[in-house]
Design a binder for this molecule. Structure first.
Ligand code: NAP
Length: 527
């Protein structure tokens, strides 16, 4: 099913001599397939082809692009269990997760197809002319969102389907009218090659231009760096470490023509436990959180890595229950030896800091590449003094911070770096009583959750998956949900342009029957 070659548009290519293999973490062995890292020549070919494809693809009607997105879903599903087996062999994740993530990926593609058919997303805005206006006649001005150009998508290690080759970044960029060059994640190059094959088959079947999608292999940073520096690339989508995301952001900013890098990076997703809720429901909350911390072996960007409360008997019970419950959960496999290596190194680094007390540590023998879950506690003052303790440990590790009072809790929240999510576990009346804590948390996060868990990101238009830096590079945008499309477009105005030459979205007749803001009124009417 795979050849290890790159896809330059729908052509296969393997000109390079640098090769690598993916790894099966469950079996602790390398997979057989050899992958060929893309050369500079292949990178240039992919970008040049994408630039040419942009001229045609950006003019495709919303309906044509929707047909393309739906065809991708059919081709992915047609790969059936072979694709699921490839995913599992490169991640160690169970079949249920593979199928669930495939379903989410299909759902994302369909939701962008629906968005295109609905058509309203382009924010068409029309101010008609008033040539009799004195002293200066008013010109006809019409604005809508248009695509930026070729987008580079970095596959995410922890979501081989949903945030990789045909994932949310790719689906939203294609919906916007931008060709995509995927830099496949080296840990799941086979999965990426298969999904790329599905996208290219769909592109051929639906008459999309060659180069609307390419998939490049790499096992080091060079291919990604070259892509981000390439003048033909106009935007970048990334999910991964702060180190990687920031490096790419800096490269993009230093180009003669800077381009946006939408990087979704690390987060400790603070959870604030308010006293009354903890007193009343501490044990139940602790059981729920034992599950959330270990879900997917802690390999979710929304994993709750920091739990903060005010010292009390109820909070002590919460910590005891969380510690005893989490130990009952069987450890599971991490995605790759590098990821477990990072987990153990970062955990060890945290444990070396002064003032930490380990309250739960899974000590039984585990298979290679399985992660042991750990809970530690620390005093609020110690946490405030040592910013190393604020850093993410990617995996099933959480730190419980015990504050002396509400003021200390609020100070801690104020000093946290930007986060994807923040959660408040509280009785409803406590929200008013502790409003300054709630406000402080809202100021540091992209999504605030009341009495829930941060893991499990619903894909829907109201979802915001992003947040203040460094959880993302631009807190004004989301990586999940329909509004993710806004990362790949820019507003554009036509002035006094002939009606017949305007895009359908802006024509007087409103042939797409979309909702438009015409002279200040939302309407689907013709002009
Ligand atoms: P990563 O190390 O950030 O790598 C992600 C992608 O970016 C890879 O394709 C990598 O290329 C590339 N890359 C990394 N540094 C780069 C640089 N300086 N210049 C150009 N390209 C660069 O993330 P990962 O491999 O997915 O996982 C490693 C760690 O990232 C995890 O242990 C975890 O801490 C973190 N992570 C966080 C989240 C989150 O949502 N918070 C999600 C996933 C991972 P190569 O691999 O080819 O070098």
């Amino acid at each position: 099913m795979t050849t290890g070659e790159n896809h330059i548009g729908n052509q296969r290519s393997a000109k390079g001599t640098k090769t690598y293999k993916t790894f099966n973490p469950l079996l602790n062995i390398e997979n057989d397939q050899v992958f060929y890292e893309a050369t500079s020549e292949e990178i240039n070919q992919a970008v040049d082809l994408a630039s040419d494809a942009f001229k045609v693809f950006s003019k495709k009607s919303p309906k044509e692009k929707a047909i393309f997105l739906r065809a991708i879903t059919e081709e992915i599903l047609a790969m059936g269990d072979d694709l699921i087996a490839m995913y599992q062999s490169e991640t160690g994740l169970p079949e249920g997760r593979a199928k669930g993530e495939r379903g989410r990926t299909i759902g994302q593609l369909i939701s962008f197809a629906d968005m295109l058919e609905d058509g309203n997303w382009v924010e068409a805005t029309i101010d008609t002319a008033d040539l009799d206006r004195a002293p200066i006649p008013k010109q006809d001005i019409r604005k809508m969102l248009i695509p930026l150009g070729p987008v580079v998508v970095f596959g995410a290690s922890n979501f081989p389907f949903a945030y990789s080759t045909a994932g949310g970044d790719t689906a939203s960029a294609l919906a916007a009218g931008c060709p995509v060059i995927c830099k496949s994640h080296p840990m799941h190059a086979g999965t990426s090659e298969m999904v790329s094959e599905a996208i290219n088959r769909a592109a051929i079947k639906t008459g999309m231009p060659t180069g609307v999608f390419s998939n490049l292999n790499s096992s080091g940073i060079e291919v990604g760096v070259e892509l981000v520096k390439h003048p033909g690339v106009k935007a970048v989508g990334f999910t991964g470490s702060i180190k990687g995301g920031r490096a790419l952001y800096n490269i993009a900013s230093e180009r003669p023509e800077p381009i946006p890098v939408f990087a979704e990076m690390g987060s400790v997703n603070p959870v604030v436990l308010l006293p009354e809720a903890i007193q009343k429901r501490g044990e139940a909350l602790a059981k729920t959180y034992a599950g959330s911390i270990t879900l997917g072996t802690g390999q979710f960007c929304t994993n709750p890595g920091l739990l903060i409360g005010i010292k009390s008997d109820g909070f002590s019970t919460f910590i005891d229950t969380l510690s005893s419950e989490i130990i009952k959960i069987s450890p599971s496999c991490m995605l790759h030896p590098n990821i477990i290596g990072n987990y153990e190194r970062n955990k060890e680094n945290a444990l070396q800091q002064n003032g930490l007390l380990v309250t739960a540590d899974y000590t039984d023998e585990v298979s290679t590449n399985y992660a042991r879950q750990t809970i530690v506690t620390v005093e609020g003052a110690t946490f405030l003094e040592n910013t190393t303790l604020h850093q993410e440990v990617f995996g099933p590790f959480s730190m419980v911070v015990q504050c002396k009072d509400a003021h200390e809790l609020e100070t801690i929240i104020q000093q946290l770096e930007g986060q994807l999510t923040g959660t408040i576990l509280a009785e409803q009346e406590e929200l008013a009583k502790y409003s300054s804590i709630v406000d402080a948390l809202q100021n540091r996060v992209g999504r605030i959750i009341f009495n829930g868990v941060p893991t499990g990101v619903e894909v829907c238009p109201a979802m915001l998956h992003g947040g203040p830096y460094p959880s993302s590079t631009d807190s004004r945008f989301t990586a999940v949900g329909l509004h993710a499309v806004k990362r790949w477009v820019r507003p554009f105005s036509f002035q006094s342009w002939p009606n017949s030459l305007l895009p359908d979205e802006l024509k007087d007749e409103n042939p797409l029957e979309i909702l438009r803001l015409v002279n200040g009124n939302n309407t689907k009417s013709k002009i």
